[in-house]
Write a new protein. Sequence first.
Length: 428
Amino acid sequence: MGKGSTIVIKLGTSSLVDEVTKEPRLATMSLIVETVVKLRRAGHRVVIVSSGGIAVGLKTMGLDRRPKKLAQVQALAAIGQSKLIGRWDSLFAQLGQRIAQILITRNDISDWTQYKNAQNTMQELLDMGVVPIVNENDTLSVAEIKFGDNDTLSAITSALIKADYLFLMTDVDCLYTANPRTDPLAKPILIVDDMSALNVDTSSSGSDVGTGGMTTKLIAADLATEAGTTMIIMKSERPENLWKIVEYISNSDDDVLNGLTIEDRQVKELEKLKANDVPLHTRFIGYKQHVKNREFWMLHGLHSHGALIIDQGAHQALTRTNKAGLLPVGIIGVVGHFHEHECVALKAGFRSPDGSWDSTRPVTEIGRARVNYGSVDIEKIKGRQSHEIEDILGYHDSEYIAHRDNLAFPPSVLEKSQSSLNLVHNDI
Ligand code: GLU
């Protein structure tokens, strides 16, 4: 990792609050503060995503258990969040490091202008040498506008600031093939560069005080790597290990792993970690051909209001290297009710022999589109040529249902489709 990397560190509630006594883990917090300041002094830019607002609220009010009523949980978040940030502030102040609090809901980034605004504010804070401390705005967010867990929030934060590295600090040291608490044959998974090849048991479902678990970590890995961020899972008990891992990654020669099977790569990586005296951790390598800012926003910031089912020909045309726009002729199905300029999911399906959508065959979600026509109009023009639009609808906005700039696909979908296209070309 070169000087001047941008690093996001995510801390779950169980890393910051003792599960039994619900007292703050002050020693862990102090070690994190020392590590962050060390990283700052070495020229890195650091953002913390800190959970714990609700747990601190519970302790403050002398409650043992999270209440059922949403308004009560939100009130506790308001009580706890201010104490939590106060704790961070006083610890960082000991070492002269300034911090800032950012509370965010999913709604805050569903509008492009607001997304850019959040991005600019975070960049400005980093330029000022401040450490932003982010949490979900639990006091105001209800189910529909929630990120849900801070693993996802930290991946979205990483994409917002184009982070090089996201560290998820958790209560296990790395990802395992099975739950290591119950299965002695569980093997560590140390390096992942293809999420689709992963075969893991995600049943370790987080602690009593947190919300996470391995499933949300894998979702976060998908989002972060898509945006080009390398994500690392490590144990929060020894936060000072973060520095060691950072140094190891920056000097690690991953080429020695090329050509090995997934299993052999894990064995080789374990040898490398032992030889370098580096603690266990899992590294999900960010895609080199990652999605751009606006595409990431379309995929994960915008709400999706329905779906368009497209045929295999359109699937290929949209995902080839020089991607095309979406024409009505490739659409075989419309799902849900949506208006023009709204965002919909794109799903690839199959035609029946008569040309209509064969809804008995599976559809695969491949990306997102912002549409030029609403669902009622697309239902009328689907499968037709663009020059027929005016006659059918009585008006003509665009020959495309969605222009290529308003289409977004994750790199995994593009890679898969482009490698299958290459196969076809090579066969010919
Ligand atoms: N935002 C929640 C809190 O501060 C935590 C969510 C999570 O741990 O994933 O309590």
